[in-house]
Design a protein around this ligand. Structure first.
Ligand code: KG4
Ligand code: ZN
Length: 359
């Protein structure tokens, strides 16, 4: 029987609900962002996020059911993000899911938000286990071997900023608008990536861990030198700085991905695949470099459409179905967890990230 689940997501700054079938059909996917609410503060304010989630979740769920042409009784279960993330937001979602489960008698499944991202290539492309996943967004940065719906091996990740966060901070340093990723990459098109020699952090060390905060500091130093020498930045300076920054991030991601692929290929997957998720996967240069690295070792490259790469509830519904199929169920004792690493055996990453502790 094909299962149909409602998914609920509220772990960061997107309030989302979706209705998804186990065969990968997305019947509806509603995402209400909060960018405008946090814009004045230069980052996500947890209290504001939690309040907005609490106010908007009901409406998102109703809209998702409406668009799917379904009522609660047509569902087979409810999946909800139970962490990791900003605790107030996660709690809002978990409380709503509990209320709905209690009222309808439907089974409830708590989902790890990162598992939602990591399983998306199965939702979109039916990818078989095991595949290598690179999560690169404003809040996440890690390599995972996805062996099963609840079986993940983390090969490494950023020890400080996520790459999207570094793009956003770079944009801020150069007076470009937010979100910074698309702005920096647009400016980089007219730039010379060789004019400034920015570092390639942690490339000299073995393994797949990454660091992006030093890169931003190096860029700040170059900016300040220019400002001191000429009183400001010309458009070309900005373009060259953006191009140098983007190339440095792409170089680091490409080399670390090459290493992660080597570890992953040791598992001798029958159909090797590299999948990416997260907003930074939208970057044309980074994407091309990752595609290249995958092709060099004969791995298929999978990049789900952007609306499913960024935070959404369809991935939560689908991950919930995968857990449910494995016998996963939660009761009224389901707790919201601010931290919840996918790979319990991996050493914790140091950085918490702008959007809260993620893994
Ligand atoms: O997946 P996403 O929506 O996650 C978070 O909410 O964290 O990703 C957003 C991040 C932002 O930091 C944004 O600047 C970055 O992805 N981003 C990009 C590009 N488009 C979005 N970074 C680099 N190049 C892009 N084209
Ligand atoms: Zn996310």
């Amino acid at each position: 029987m094909t299962l149909t689940f409602l998914g609920i997501e509220s772990s960061c700054d997107d309030t989302a609900a979706a209705v998804v079938r186990g065969d990968g059909t997305i019947l509806s996917s509603v995402v209400e962002g909060q960018t405008a609410l946090h814009a004045a503060f230069g980052g996500v304010v947890p209290e504001i996020a939690a309040r907005a989630h609490a106010e908007r979740l009901d409406g998102c769920v109703m809209q998702a059911l409406d668009q799917a042409g379904m009522a609660l009784r047509d569902l087979d279960g409810i999946a909800v993000t139970a962490g990791p993330g900003l605790i107030g937001g996660v709690l809002s979602g978990v409380m709503l899911a509990k209320g709905l489960a209690a009222a309808t008698g439907l089974p409830m499944v708590g989902v790890n938000h990162l598992a939602g991202h990591a399983l998306t290539p199965r939702l979109t492309d039916g990818l078989a286990f095991p595949y290598l996943m690179l999560l690169i967004s404003g809040g996440h940065c890690q390599f995972l071997i996805v062996r099963g719906a609840e079986d993940f091996v983390r090969l490494g990740g950023s020890i400080d900023d996520a790459p999207g966060e570094a793009f956003d901070k770079t944009a801020k340093l150069l007076g470009l608008p937010q979100p910074g990723g698309p702005e920096v990459s647009r400016a980089a098109e007219a730039g010379d990536p060789k004019r400034f020699a920015l570092p390639r952090p942690l490339l000299d060390r073995p393994g797949c861990d990454m660091s992006f905060s030093g890169l931003k500091t190096a860029l700040l130093r170059e900016r300040d030198k220019l400002v001191a020498a000429q009183g400001g930045l010309y458009r070309q300076d900005r373009a060259d700085l953006c191009a140098a920054f983007q190339l440095a991030v792409a170089d680091v991601l490409a080399e670390k991905t090459r290493r992660a692929l080597v570890s992953y290929l040791e598992e001798a997957p029958s159909a090797p695949a590299l999948a990416v998720a997260g907003g930074v996967a939208a970057n044309t240069l980074i994407r091309a470099r990752l595609e290249d690295v995958a092709a060099q070792v004969g791995a298929t490259f999978v990049a789900p459409p952007l609306r499913l790469c960024t935070d959404n509830a369809a991935m939560i519904a689908f991950a919930g179905i995968e857990r449910f199929r494995n016998g996963g169920r939660d009761g009224m004792d389901l707790t919201a967890r601010p931290r919840w690493p996918l790979d319990q055996n991996a050493t914790p990453l140091v950085g918490a990230g702008r959007k809260g502790a993620k893994a």
